[in-house]
Design a protein around this ligand. Structure first.
Ligand SMILES: *[C@@H]1O[C@H](CO)[C@@H](O)[C@H](O)[C@H]1NC(C)=O
Ligand SMILES: *[C@@H]1O[C@H](CO)[C@@H](O)[C@H](O)[C@H]1NC(C)=O
Ligand SMILES: *[C@@H]1O[C@H](CO)[C@@H](O)[C@H](O)[C@H]1NC(C)=O
Ligand SMILES: *[C@@H]1O[C@H](CO)[C@@H](O)[C@H](O)[C@H]1NC(C)=O
Length: 592
């Protein structure tokens, strides 16, 4: 993706900071416990809403508009189309034409079996980096890297904090409980540990490869080391180290790993399932919102959320912790779509897209800047508002609470299972889930067209709800997670796994023919629209969907003991206080 150089520079420091944190790696300190008081029990919120929100049809959600006499009256139920006599042009809970597309990651007959290509004395190990979703891409890409090198993969080291299945899987006893190894047995030989050499533990040679390293890059950089030096190489900081474009066989392998072999550990899967069941007991459908609105995130984004002096001071104080943080121009940031939508804006967008106040919404988030105040307008729009903490007890969450990545994994599952997934950001979790939901049937996945929505939100008090909602619907075309919205090759592979999505063109053709027949030669509207999607003016574009401050943008080839990092450890240790003690937390916060 084309990234402005400027951003590269100021994230660089922060990334180094995270590396230091990795090195320090203290006990976990969590943002998540805050949730329990940020999101009160349903009873409390009910009470809360009685004061702020009348339940009659066509009520105005008072707190969400500044001017009570405004013509901007937000309907409780159906969108504006009521007044124009129109009907929603889409099903709220499914994507158009989704049934004609399916995930296809099986290998072709030409893809050589692991036994045929694995070189007996080539071993590849990796050290993963970062939070849950960075680890996911790291582990996935490591399998492909091993395949490129004809090497045996040493299963990524996952300590007891780990949340992936296979962490302590007894490979020698049975592979049936090790989907990661058994599922991939034809593709790559995977072992638990490096074999001993002369009775001694074998220490691999450690190195790094550049970000987005291509097949040729692995052959040029890693293969010679494997051949000449040690026969065993460990690639450090292994996240996003594999190119987006690879040949089809390797891309499909990537999908087999990501979507099939790699699974969460059983306790996480089970708890995730319970959360989903509880949501489904309350309502047939639910929306999951991945909301990123942490104070640090906002400070880092340099955006203005309309909180005046107070906000400026609070976020400014946080910004000072990053000494080299570039001062952004808030207006410019917003114009470029780099600011995460505020909870209220997400709520308005959803209402405009047709989701009424009866819809149930699960909110996956860390600490929310401004807490209850910030969430109030969203809760007023969607009173059936849940989070982990309102649908599970403290006891149930106990085993997960002190591990931020486990909590993130639970949210991942609930978001993945949701009928509609919506984000206010473009972070790793949003992107990985977007890709995953495409692969598993194109369930609606709403990603705000932030750059264009910005103007609309700014001028919303100047227009009627009908105009507003109609414009939202127009601007969000191409950002709804429908098939073929994103052209092949656009975006990251994990976000747009186009090589692994196949089209049932026969069935598709049949439907088109039928509708043509019915319409006496006129092309059916819906199929025409479908064909047009990729030429739509709102076509999802790397430039439209802004980069989220990730930790994976630039190159950092310094090794862990680099002097810069030592220097930074001082800065971070003194400035960052408590949060710093949790390695995955900080990284996850900034990247997921
Ligand atoms: C992929 O392979 C599996 C198992 O070999 C098989 O059950 C499945 O039908 C195949 N899928 C496709 C789309 O061919
Ligand atoms: C891997 O094995 C295949 C088949 O023997 C061979 O064509 C290819 O060049 C090998 N690649 C490497 C990096 O050794
Ligand atoms: C709203 O309309 C007024 C008068 O038409 C105009 O002066 C103002 O700039 C508009 N505000 C926005 C945000 O578009
Ligand atoms: C580390 O922090 C101490 C105390 O804040 C300060 O005196 C010292 O100069 C710092 N060192 C570096 C390398 O920044």
């Amino acid at each position: 993706m084309a990234l402005p150089r400027r951003r590269k520079l100021h994230y660089h420091r922060l990334r180094s900071l995270v590396q230091v944190v990795s090195a320090i790696s203290g006990t976990l300190l969590l943002l998540f416990p805050f949730l329990s008081f940020l999101f009160p029990s349903p009873d409390e919120s009910e009470h809360f809403h009685l004061r702020h929100h009348q339940t009659s049809f066509n009520t105005v959600v008072k707190d969400s508009v500044s001017d009570r006499n405004s013509v901007f009256k937000i309907p409780v139920r159906a969108p504006s189309l009521l007044s124009t006599g129109g009907k929603l042009d889409r099903d709220l809970w499914s994507s158009k034409n989704a049934k004609f597309f399916y995930g296809c990651s099986n290998s072709s007959a030409r893809f050589a079996k692991a036994e045929a290509i694995t070189h007996p004395t080539r071993y590849l190990a990796i050290a993963t980096s970062g939070g849950l979703n960075q680890q996911r891409t790291g582990i996935t890409d490591a399998v492909v890297a091993a395949r490129i090198l004809n090497a045996t993969l040493v299963v990524p080291k996952l300590d007891q904090k780990s949340f992936w299945k296979d962490a302590r899987c007894q490979v020698t006893v049975s592979t049936s409980s090790c989907p990661f190894i058994s599922f991939l047995s034809k593709d790559v030989k995977i072992i638990k540990q490096l074999p001993k050499r002369g009775g001694r533990t074998w220490t691999p040679y450690t190195m790094r490869v550049p970000r987005k390293c291509s097949e040729r890059c692995y052959l040029n950089r890693v293969l010679p080391v494997l051949l000449k030096r040690h026969n065993a190489v460990q690639l450090n900081k292994f996240d996003y180290r594999l190119a987006n474009r690879l040949d089809t066989g390797l891309q499909k392998l990537r999908c087999r790993v990501n979507y099939h072999a790699l699974q969460f550990a059983n306790p996480i899967l089970e708890m995730g399932k319970i959360l989903v069941q509880r949501l489904r007991m309350r309502s047939k459908h639910y929306i999951a919102l991945h909301l990123r609105f942490e104070p640090d995130m906002l400070a880092f984004s340099g955006c203005d959320y309309g909180g005046g002096e107070k906000e400026k001071n609070e976020l400014g104080a946080i910004q000072k912790r990053w000494k080299t943080l570039h001062k952004n121009n808030p207006d410019k940031e917003r114009r470029q779509g780099r600011c995460p939508l505020a909870p209220e804006e997400v709520g308005l967008m959803l209402r405009a897209l047709g989701y009424g106040s009866d819809v149930h919404i699960y909110v996956a988030s860390g600490e929310v800047y401004g807490g209850e105040e910030t969430l109030r307008p969203l809760k007023a729009l969607f009173p059936n508002f849940y989070s982990k903490d309102t649908i599970a007890t403290k006891e149930e969450l106990g085993p997960f609470l002190s591990f931020s990545s486990r909590m993130a994994a639970l949210d991942f599952i609930v978001c993945d299972e949701s009928d509609v997934f919506v984000t206010n950001n473009n972070g790793n979790m949003a992107r990985i889930l977007a890709g995953r939901r495409k692969y598993f049937g194109h369930k609606p996945t709403i990603r705000p067209n932030a750059k264009k929505l910005y103007h609309l939100f700014l001028s919303r008090n100047n227009m009627t709800w009908e105009e507003f909602s109609s414009r939202i619907r127009t601007l969000q075309k191409g950002f709804m997670g429908e098939p073929k919205e994103v052209r092949p090759g656009r975006g990251e592979f994990h976000e747009n796994p186009s090589t692994c999505i196949c089209e049932d063109s026969e069935a598709m053709g049949k439907v088109k023919a039928d509708s043509r027949h019915k319409k006496h030669g006129k092309l059916d509207d819906s199929s025409r629209k479908y064909v047009m999607v990729s030429d739509d003016q709102n076509d999802y574009d790397d430039n439209d969907v802004p980069e989220w401050p990730d930790l994976d943008e630039d190159e950092d080839e310094e090794d862990e003991s680099g002097s810069k990092e030592k220097h930074l450890s001082n800065v971070t240790g003194s400035d960052y206080g408590a949060v710093i003690s949790d390695e995955p937390e900080l990284e996850a916060m900034l990247s997921d």
